[in-house]
Ligand binder design. Structure first.
Ligand SMILES: Nc1ncnc2c1ncn2[C@@H]1O[C@H](COP(=O)(O)OP(=O)(O)OP(=O)(O)O)[C@@H](O)[C@H]1O
Length: 630
């Protein structure tokens, strides 16, 4: 083989991608609620969840619930009338008189049968209407409650192991709300029809009822056991589904399309996506034999008892123990019982299934409520004259060392503070502590003397404006991208002012609908901005707020020199009214600062003014020299 051949082979031989890492939904919160639960306890969940669905529905639409209850009562009544009227009609029909006479005698009962059947249908249709009035609003309520719970937790919860998996598990509860009222309503009406038919049947012959129950009970047990298997698979797949959901978004959103294509990631991403799906499928398929065994055994047991039921009925009729008319009604009652029992079983299992997912959802909502800020009722009122950090320490959950390890600092109104330091030295974490996004584990942060641990965070964030390193590109109109979080005015004057402040007027005026242009190229009529323009817009959002504390974390990393110069000029011009914090790796930009702190391993290792630090021979001077050494 020539060296050229080897080179060619090396170029064409692309190694196959590694399989995606296997995550498992584990840890102190990941307790499969079914692992230790007995069958009786599982069935015991059904009344509880019915009660819960009723309560939620009642809170959503009382009129619709009343209508539903009325329909259920009508269903029971019409089933009873139908069966008794049928029994009454059977006697003359099976009699020995002339046909015309038999029909005439049976006519009143037959009319009653027709009216009862019509009523039953009407009750069914109205119940569906009532259920459709409840379900969309109930789903919206539950869905919004989940989104709100996630938005409102303390930011530290996001770093907790398993938080995202628990959220994914809770999402299933939201999905189930779309079917839970239907399932509950069908279960209740089937139960009512079953009880009515059972009552009629036990009057006709008491021996039939237990036999029929035995015929359907195995199917009930089978359905609940199958639901349990389904839940176990769902539970085992939570983490993979979560990762797959993220991969799906990252792979398909046009925002990252360039990176995916130009780096040849498509095949790898598709491979990973497919691998995750196949891993979920494998778990599902591995459980299929168990489901089959459950279905076969329950059908076999049910079938045996059903044959027995029909045999007993035939024996009663053949031996003359019951009349032919009664036997015919019994056939109808058995059929009604069987149909409604099957519906009870199917819908009961569905309600049981729902109870499991609702349980996950409720557990997550409870956990989120526990993690909601409980910092006290004190309020920060502007203007903010002083922010102090006193020996502040913060360690992220699951981390071995603190990200901020004992920082003391005083910031005063009118001052510009620059924070510099190597990657991972704790700069962004320090800004999170300054704004009260995270509370320190030790030490305290005070605003005008008030400890942030005792202050309602909403009153703090009313006075802050933050341009984070990674900022959102909101799929909203230009105007909302500027005013989001604080729609202070109804006229556009202040919006244009903020747009001007970041030098974006020309770019916005060129957009098809100026401030009304939707910034989402994925959507019809949407437009897209360049990276630097997005960053200017993020800065304009913070400036529009006119905050007491303005924090800019690498605010100009994507901007051209003109844009960068403009932003820093603006920061200087408005600095008198506020406390300004700039985090940057471009050390030249720290010239505007009144005070610079250099961070290393979560501590402040140097501080002073630009001119002092340049000549101090420390990290700042070293980093500056390196940035100029090209
Ligand atoms: N949400 C988080 N959860 C867990 N650890 C985190 C989180 N955010 C940051 N860290 C860790 O905290 C440490 C400090 O991170 P931080 O983002 O504050 O550094 P930084 O100085 O801003 O870095 P850079 O210059 O790269 O932006 C790092 O070790 C990082 O891995």
């Amino acid at each position: 083989m020539t060296s050229t051949d080897t080179e060619k082979q090396q170029l064409t031989a692309v190694p196959s991608p590694p399989p995606p890492a296997e995550f498992s939904y584990s840890g102190q919160y990941a307790v499969n609620p079914l692992a230790e639960v007995s069958f009786r306890k599982m069935c015991g969940q059904i009344p509880k969840v019915l009660h819960r669905i009723a309560r939620l529905s009642w809170q959503t639409d009382r009129r619709a619930v009343r209508l539903l209850i009325g329909c259920q009562a009508l269903t029971g009544l019409s089933a009873a009338v139908l069966l008794t009227a049928t029994a009454r009609a059977m006697k003359p029909i099976l009699g020995t008189d002339a046909v015309a006479e038999r029909l005439r005698d049976a006519l009143p009962a037959l009319l009653l049968v027709a009216v009862a059947a019509a009523l039953a249908r009407a009750a069914g249709a109205t119940a569906t209407y009532a259920e459709r009035r409840i379900t969309p609003r109930l789903t919206t309520e539950t869905d919004t409650a989940l989104v709100e719970a996630v938005c409102r937790v303390e930011a530290a919860a996001y770093s907790e192991p398993g938080f995202a998996d628990r959220q994914e598990a809770a999402e299933m509860g939201v999905l189930r709300t779309q079917v839970m009222v239907t399932d509950a309503q069908r279960l209740m009406s089937a139960l009512i029809r079953m009880i009515t038919a059972g009552g009629v049947l036990s009057v006709l012959n008491p021996a039939m009822l237990p036999l029929l129950l035995l015929a359907v009970l195995p199917a009930g047990i089978g359905a609940v056991l199958a639901a349990r298997v389904d839940y176990e698979i769902h539970y085992a797949n939570v983490s993979d589904r979560n990762v797959r959901g993220m991969m799906r978004w990252w792979s398909t959103t046009p925002k990252y399309g360039d990176e995916v294509r130009a780096n040849g990631m498509t095949d790898y991403l598709l491979f990973w996506y497919r691998s995750l799906s196949e891993r979920c499928d494998r778990r599902t398929l591995a459980a299929a034999p168990r489901t089959l065994r459950i279905a076969l055994l329950s059908s076999l047991a049910g079938g045996v008892f059903l044959v027995l039921t029909w045999a007993v009925l035939a024996w009663l009729a053949v031996t003359g123990r019951i009349g032919i008319a009664i036997a015919a009604t019994a056939v109808l009652a058995v059929q009604t019982m069987l149909t409604s029992l099957s519906q009870v079983v199917v819908n009961g299992a569905a309600v049981f299934h729902t109870s499991l997912y609702l349980g996950d959802m409720q557990a997550f909502l409870d956990a989120a409520a526990e993690r909601a800020p409980k910092r006290g009722k004190r309020a920060v009122t502007g203007p903010v004259d002083e922010i102090r950090l006193d020996e502040v320490v913060y360690q992220y959950p699951g981390k071995k060392t603190p990200a901020v390890a004992g920082v003391s600092l005083t910031l005063r109104r009118g001052q510009i503070l620059a924070i510099v330091g190597t990657n991972g030295s704790g700069k962004s974490t320090l800004t999170r502590l300054l704004t009260g996004i995270n509370l320190p584990d030790k030490g305290k942060v005070t605003w005008n003397g008030a400890d942030l641990a005792e202050v309602d965070p909403a009153t703090v964030w009313r006075h802050t404006g933050l341009v984070p390193q990674i900022f959102a590109q909101w799929p909203l109109r230009v105007r909302e991208n500027v005013t989001l979080g604080q729609p202070r005015t109804v006229d556009d004057g202040p919006v244009w002012e903020a747009v001007d402040a970041v030098g974006m007027r020309e770019a916005v005026e060129e957009l098809p609908d100026r401030l009304d242009t939707l910034l989402a190229r994925e959507l019809f009529g949407g437009a897209e901005l360049s990276g630097g323009q997005w960053q200017r817009l993020a800065c304009s959002r913070a400036l529009y707020r006119r905050p007491s504390l303005l924090i800019l974390d690498e605010p100009t990393s994507q901007m051209d020199p003109r844009g960068e110069h403009g932003i820093f000029e603006r920061i200087k011009a408005i600095a008198g009214d506020r406390i300004t914090v700039v985090v940057t790796h471009r050390l030249e930009n720290t010239r505007i600062a009144d005070h610079i702190v250099v961070m290393e391993h979560g501590r402040i290792t140097e501080q002073g003014r630009y001119e002092d630090l340049v000549h101090a021979g420390g990290t700042f001077a070293e980093l500056l020299e390196l940035s100029q050494d090209r």
